[in-house]
Design a protein around this ligand. Structure first.
Ligand code: AMP
Ligand code: MG
Length: 313
């Protein structure tokens, strides 16, 4: 049976909150990508979520909170972490912190048994209203089978996971279109675990220090977003292409035009928002895709990161 897709009115939000209370799975819009949400304190629900995604259970999940202080009891706010989230929450920034054993409610399974927790406050009214209506933190990894492309519309979720979730809230297309930027405060110095929808340069400006890269520190925890093969289309993918070869469909950028163009004006924010939607569109119609070069500054870092992983076979 395919899950109903609901417009997020009051009735739908109450129904979704009830589904979460009952241990069910609800696909929700966030500003980054659509998430597959369940109660972060309910291990059975989380086990069901891992099974639905086909995700290796040692991959920890990001806990999503609303603006009402539910984040405070879950983590130990070490170093400059509190100041950083004050600048960027709600928004596409995830912080990894020591888990607050005494007061935290998030299940061990959601944290994959780690003594740390990844936290984010999404910047989307449907996500925050649902978390508030539910009354506690939720986990919400991207609502796609593990390793595949992230969904940025309710229709993507329905196509990929419609038979595995209880209901889908339709909040329209995602504004950012890329997963959150993840910064860990667990090591000796703030570390970028995954580039994403928030430009790392903006984070460095607020922190007043350069972020370590996770590869700089052999002891830094790794993230599944760092798995080499991830975000993959079914079609083959060739990067840094100046022109299409025989049989390829071409995803352009800026002046290099293709059958689709991530951003004709060369705007990286627009390109990020279009990335997964356009890759999906081309994946549906051809077996070989090539993509024009994307600059490596600002959000271009995260776009190139996703493309590199998507191209890995
Ligand atoms: P996703 O929910 O699919 O966007 O992926 C969540 C990302 O957050 C993964 O790359 C996780 O490994 C990372 N993550 C979640 N919790 C932790 C943690 N405690 N330590 C390090 N990374 C984490
Ligand atoms: Mg994902």
């Amino acid at each position: 049976m395919t899950a109903p897709i609901l417009k997020p009115d009051d009735g739908a939000l109450e129904r979704a909150a009830d589904t979460l209370r009952g241990g069910g799975l609800v696909a929700i819009p966030t500003e980054t990508v659509y998430g597959l949400a369940c109660d972060a304190s309910n291990s059975e629900a989380i086990a069901r979520l891992y099974a639905a995604k086909g995700r290796p259970t040692f991959n920890p999940l990001i806990t999503h909170v609303a603006a009402d202080g539910m984040d405070v009891r879950e983590a130990v706010w070490v170093g400059l972490s509190a100041g950083l989230v004050a600048s960027f929450w709600p928004g596409p920034l995830t912080v990894v912190l020591p888990f607050a054993r005494e007061t935290g409610t998030v299940s061990d399974l959601a944290r994959a048994g780690l003594d740390t927790i990844a936290l984010r406050q999404p910047d989307h009214p449907v996500a925050s209203d649902l978390i508030t209506a539910f009354g506690g933190p939720i986990v919400a990894p991207s609502a796609n089978p593990s390793g595949r492309m992230s969904p940025t519309t309710a229709a993507h979720v329905s196509a990929d996971m419609g038979d595995k979730v209880d209901l889908i809230l339709d909040g329209g297309p995602c504004r950012v279109g890329l997963e959150s930027t993840i910064v860990s405060f667990v090591g000796s110095s703030p570390t970028l675990l995954r580039p994403g929808g928030l430009d790392p340069a903006l984070i460095e400006n607020v922190l007043g220090v350069k972020l370590l890269k996770s590869t700089d520190d052999p002891d830094a925890p790794t993230s599944p977003g760092q798995l080499l093969r991830h975000y993959s289309p079914k079609a083959s993918l060739r990067l840094e292409a100046e022109a299409a070869r025989e049989g390829e469909s071409f995803l352009g950028f800026g002046a290099i035009d293709g059958s689709l163009n991530l951003s004709p004006t060369g705007d990286l924010t627009e390109a990020a928002a279009n990335l997964f939607t356009m890759l999906r569109a081309l994946d549906g119609t051809s077996t070989a895709i090539c993509v024009a070069p994307i600059p490596r500054d600002g959000l271009g870092l995260a776009i190139n990161d996703r493309l590199r992983r998507a191209a890995t076979r």
